[in-house]
Ligand binder design. Structure first.
Ligand code: SAH
Ligand code: SF4
Ligand code: F3S
Length: 451
């Protein structure tokens, strides 16, 4: 009797970095002979790729884990893995909390999954959280989409924002070489991918750690240089990048984005707070005036650019007046989208130990008020699309209406229109926008004669 192949399931929490890591780990598992199972209950290997950015993200993992740990008592050959940022943060402590676990591995170890699993299959319980130099991985990721792909360009973060766990769990910045990045994108182009998103926690800090500075200290490898270096890869029609830090967002980068036709006019630049004293307490290294200047410069070069960001409300000591400065910034700038969060104290970060924490009531009240404003502003921003023709790269079916396909405009607005997915997937279609909502659009595909 031949054994049937072992099945695996990965559940991913958190940011795009984790999604990209999960795709690479899935690629490694497939190379090892595992096959994907949509149903976690039918899988023989379960991997949780976890996030610890806020307490609620972390707690979610524990509730999932409890259930699988029970299952392991009935099915002892079930392999249970916790990867990602909770794994890094908790390390050995996770094994004490959930002794059923086989492997606890931090994000820097994603490319080492095969080695680590071999140790597990020899009977060890393994914890891999020591800092490592991230090796280039030759495995093909198992990507979720056949149209758009993530490409890591820089791992880790060298900032020390006082609220944030990321530097603790993702380690110091490690940039991939431009050659390795271009080689990955070339393969994607050959495979039929149309859009790539370059990824990093502070993507505009790309290259600082690479050798090759000029004698006057300028770097030869910046994100701007990288955009020029990869721009002509055949087959790739759109290039995006995220997340940008206001400290490193230069006019040279903005000019490159305006000049390079494949780079989409969408910029995700978190500001966190609209108040200078709060920004200082957060150790963000810029003022709201500087942030506004960046957005003004972007709009000078690309008047229609979409701007999105992240913001935190209820940071320790934030007064009502300081919070109102955040409202004012949001109102003045008019974001196309804003990810908002109530401050969550994280273990191992300075702000968590301060004694000026705000109550949950104040935080959730501010969050609601901010969200209300964000939706109103986004709806206003959407109005500009009405009646316009937008280029939509078709990615998938509208899950709520199978007669429609969905894709994104260059400005990253989700757009729906009637059409056949088989025919349109991966194509850039001119779509006349007939209906707008705060965060999405509906339109009608134009036939060639109408464009
Ligand atoms: N590197 C990016 C953000 C990475 S974390 C940057 O510097 O902007 C993603 C977002 O999570 C942050 O932008 C922030 O808005 C939010 N965040 C991080 N730590 C948080 C905390 N302790 N409480 C609430 N939100 C937090
Ligand atoms: Fe966190 Fe700040 Fe680094 Fe962003 S820049 S990941 S918020 S420490
Ligand atoms: Fe979460 Fe780690 Fe990303 S903490 S937001 S998954 S870097």
């Amino acid at each position: 009797m031949t054994a049937s192949p072992r099945r695996f399931h990965i559940t991913t929490f958190g940011c795009q970095m984790n999604k990209a890591d999960s795709e690479r780990m899935a690629g490694i598992l497939q190379d090892m002979g595992f096959i994907w199972s949509d149903d976690p209950e039918a899988a023989d290997l379960i991997l949780y790729n976890t996030c610890t950015i806020r307490d609620n993200a972390e707690q979610k993992v524990y509730s999932y884990l409890g259930r699988q740990a029970k299952r392991k008592h009935e099915q002892p050959d079930l392999t249970l893995i916790v990867a990602g940022c909770v794994a890094q943060q908790e390390g050995e402590a996770l094994l004490r909390r959930v002794p059923e676990l086989d492997l606890v591995m931090g994000p820097q170890h994603a490319n080492r999954l095969q080695d680590l699993l071999e140790q597990v299959f020899q009977g060890s319980q393994v914890v891999a959280t020591e800092p490592v130099h991230i090796m280039e991985d030759i495995t093909q990721p198992r990507r979720d989409s056949t149209v758009t792909a993530w490409v890591n360009v820089i791992y880790g973060c060298n900032e020390r924002c006082t609220y944030c766990v990321v530097p603790n769990v993702r380690g110091v910045e490690q940039s991939r070489t431009p050659e390795a990045i271009r080689a990955e994108i070339e393969v994607l182009g050959q495979q039929g991918y149309k859009e790539i998103t370059l990824l990093g926690q502070n993507i505009d800090a790309y290259g600082r750690d690479l050798p090759g500075a000029t004698p006057d200290g300028r770097h030869l490898h910046t994100l701007t240089d990288l955009l020029y270096f990869i721009h002509d890869v055949p087959g790739i029609e759109r290039i995006r990048f995220a997340t940008s830090h206001p400290r490193y967002f230069t006019e040279r980068l903005i000019r490159a984005c305006a000049e390079l036709p494949k780079v989409c006019e969408h910029f995700h630049i978190p500001f966190q707070s609209g108040d200078n004293d709060v920004l200082k307490a957060m150790s963000r290294g810029y003022t709201h005036e500087k942030y506004r200047r960046i957005i003004d410069t972007i709009r000078r070069y690309m008047p229609d650019a979409s701007i999105s960001a992240d913001a935190i409300v209820g940071f320790p000591g934030e007064t009502e007046a300081q919070f109102e400065n955040t409202l004012k910034l949001v109102s003045d700038i008019g974001f196309d989208q804003l990810n908002t969060a109530a401050y969550s104290p994280r273990p191992g970060t300075p702000a968590a130990n301060w004694d000026n924490q705000l109550s949950e009531e104040v935080k959730s009240d501010r969050l609601q008020r901010l969200n209300h404003l964000v939706a109103a502003k986004a709806a206003e921003r959407s109005q500009r699309y009405l009646g316009r023709v937008e280029e939509v790269l078709v990615e998938d079916q509208n899950p709520k209406d199978p007669t429609q396909v969905m894709g994104r405009t260059r400005g990253n607005r989700l757009t729906y229109f009637e059409g056949n997915l088989e025919e349109l997937r991966g194509r850039v279609v001119p779509v006349k926008i007939t209906e707008v909502r705060a965060f999405s659009l509906t339109g009608r595909a134009l036939v060639a004669a109408e464009c």
